[in-house]
Write a protein of this length. Sequence first.
Length: 411
Amino acid sequence: MVATLRRIEFAGHSGASLAARLDLPDGPVRAYALFAHCFTCSKDILAARRIAADLARAGIAVLRFDFTGLGSSEGEFASTDFSSNCGDLIAAADWLRANYEAPTILVGHSLGGAAVLSVALKIPEAKAVVTIGAPADADHVLRGFHASLAEIREQGQAKVNLAGREFTISRDFVEDVETANVRKAVHGMRKALLILHSPYDETVGIDNAAAIFEAARHPKSFISLDHADHLLTRPEDAQFAASVIAGWVSRYLPSDRAQGETAREHVRVSETGQGTFQNSVLAGRHRLFADEPESVGGLDTGPSPYDFLSAALGACTSMTLRMYADRKKLDLGRVTVDVSHAKIHAADCAECSDEEKAMGGRVDRFERVISVEGGIPEALRDKMVEIAGKCPVHRTLEHGSKVATRLNGDG
């Protein structure tokens, strides 16, 4: 699946507008995930972009955003702390819940990992939590500017240099991370946990992964990101992490049947909330999209309703011809059926009866063009047209149908 990227804004914990990206699969969404980036990073850091894109290809939609005061989000970074980041995560989950579907997967990188561990219990729909290079204690982040701590405590704030960029760190931030109890949150969250950590991580040591693993209850898993650095700067490391996450979370997602797999006797069509017309179509275990072209306001992510109707006629025709050829042991090449649909005036319909023409109005006309690889023997041409007319869908369309409609709950 190829991901579709959507630019989004939503209100964070303080009401500031937060910039976000929603990576959507080009197909049915298996689940929604929320991604928390590393300390002073952004939603557009390479690791976040690569992991989100790869998860989207696996059918998992990912919302990633800039915390307050970072990236393209509003607000002052100097006024934020670990608790405010957690508040932004809860706001992001609320936005997903209101506009799409609550996240069932939480993914956090570095300090973002500590944040998702801390808020997991406050997002009840979350079934699985994934950390990447996360510290076991939020105050681990203070090691990055240890030399400035005395000044921060005395002056109330100080400018520090982190990865070549200058940030203002407040006393409130320091005190907040010192009082945050990530291990207690891990022990009490009672959700499936996957810990990804590199033994070569020089920013957050592997001992942090061991401490998180020890604090967590089962089910819990650990995967080593061999040879990866803290920021997963190599594409292959981010891709590996995404593939592991996608495979691991599958066991904690609803089964196909629970997600709405339908019995063979009916098809379920549901709005996705994406665009004006996009609908998810469930036919047994088969999933696809219905939509309208962009020219009429759709996203063009799937066939239109009349395209589906034409496809039904074409598929039924091809299958009917194949069944006849096999039964008669005919050497019939590969069958292709081209179907077009138009609404025309009854008076212009060559196939309509005089009675139908007299009624006036417009009629639906489907035109079928049957091609056979290698050609059709002259002696069989009329027979092929006759057999095509025996297609059950052809008969349904030609003879008309009755449609019974009721509202759910009417009995």
